[in-house]
Ligand binder design. Structure first.
Ligand SMILES: Cc1cc2nc3c(=O)[nH]c(=O)nc-3n(C[C@H](O)[C@H](O)[C@H](O)COP(=O)(O)O)c2cc1C
Length: 284
């Protein structure tokens, strides 16, 4: 597992120091293009891609939880077709999102770390779909060793999407998708007009983040002071729904915020908050 970066702060900066380097703009594009993939070719993704994905996962901060790549998924961990959800899988490979509750960032952390791996998978041309409720936790737990304080919060199929879309189709899809999202105005109840460019793009990219039943339970606020700016992520309302913590979705949005900020040249880190505030991106 990756070196601990101090449980109080989270950042993806460690990925930038990776030997091969990582373009934040490429991740930005991956976040724009990503959409849930539920059907896959049964061909195994290339081993080098899967190994690269696992290596990236291992560099993420341990306090955010851990993401395990299962190269050969030989059990059906996806359990049900519910409501508007399409059938998920079968898939040749999978990701397991393991939440850390022994002093780590809990659901927020695994949303954040998990989405970092999802964006890298997207960049590599692999399809994913966060599955929070409809998987078999016992079967999934059989695929790895859970340590004290850990819980599998969610899983994702991983593989080559059955219908690869052309670039034009993907662009159209991205446009259609952004219409199924709340507007930037709805997500920033205290206003966004006077925000600096980096923070506005961060909200735009966070809008496209996946969330359980597309509920988008995140709201954004900007705090400006002598010490700089902080982009605060807050849950829409404290009441939980669908038995998946809203903080997990908020962690996913945090990864998008940070990718957009870094692509715009802003450095920073996440500081943990309590109550309805989830975390603040301290920009410098
Ligand atoms: C925490 C979480 C849990 C989810 N659970 C399921 C699920 O059980 N089944 C499913 O088909 N999709 C699931 N999704 C996918 C969402 O429905 C999807 O991300 C959302 O509708 C937005 O669509 P998009 O990912 O294509 O942008 C989940 C997403 C998240 C973030």
């Amino acid at each position: 597992m990756a070196a601990e970066d101090g449980a109080a702060r989270l950042s993806l900066e460690i990925l930038q120091t990776a030997a091969e380097g990582l373009g934040w703009k490429e991740w930005y594009r991956a976040a724009e293009e990503r959409h849930s993939i539920r059907t896959f070719l049964q061909d195994q993704p290339e081993e080098t891609l899967l190994r690269g994905l696992q290596e990236l996962a291992e560099r993420l901060p341990a306090s955010a939880g851990r993401v395990e790549v299962i190269p050969r998924l030989d059990v059906d961990i996806f359990t049900a077709i519910v409501g508007g959800y399409g059938k998920v899988g079968p898939a040749p490979s999978a990701l397991l999102f393991v939440e850390e509750n022994g002093g780590g960032w809990g659901p927020t952390g695994i949303g954040y770390a998990g989405e970092a791996v999802v964006l890298e998978a997207t960049r590599l041309g692999l399809g994913t779909c966060w599955v929070g409720g409809f998987f078999d936790p016992a079967l999934a737990a059989g695929l790895l060793e859970l340590r004290d304080g850990e819980r599998i919060a969610a899983v994702s199929p991983l593989g080559i999407p059955k219908a690869r879309r052309s670039l034009g189709e993907r662009a159209l899809k991205a446009m259609a998708r952004s219409h199924k999202r709340k507007t930037a105005g709805e997500l920033t109840p205290a206003g966004i007009d006077d925000w600096p460019d980096w923070a506005r793009t961060a909200v735009e990219l966070a809008r496209l983040a996946p969330s359980a039943v597309n509920r988008q339970p995140w709201r954004f606020f900007l705090e400006s002071g002598a010490a700089g700016e902080r982009l605060v992520v807050r849950v829409d309302e404290p009441k939980e729904t669908y038995r998946i913590p809203k903080r997990l979705d908020c962690g996913i949005a945090m990864a998008h915020v940070e990718v957009a900020a870094r692509a715009a040249g802003k450095q920073g880190y996440w500081e943990r908050r309590t109550g309805e505030d989830v975390a603040a991106f301290v920009a410098y």
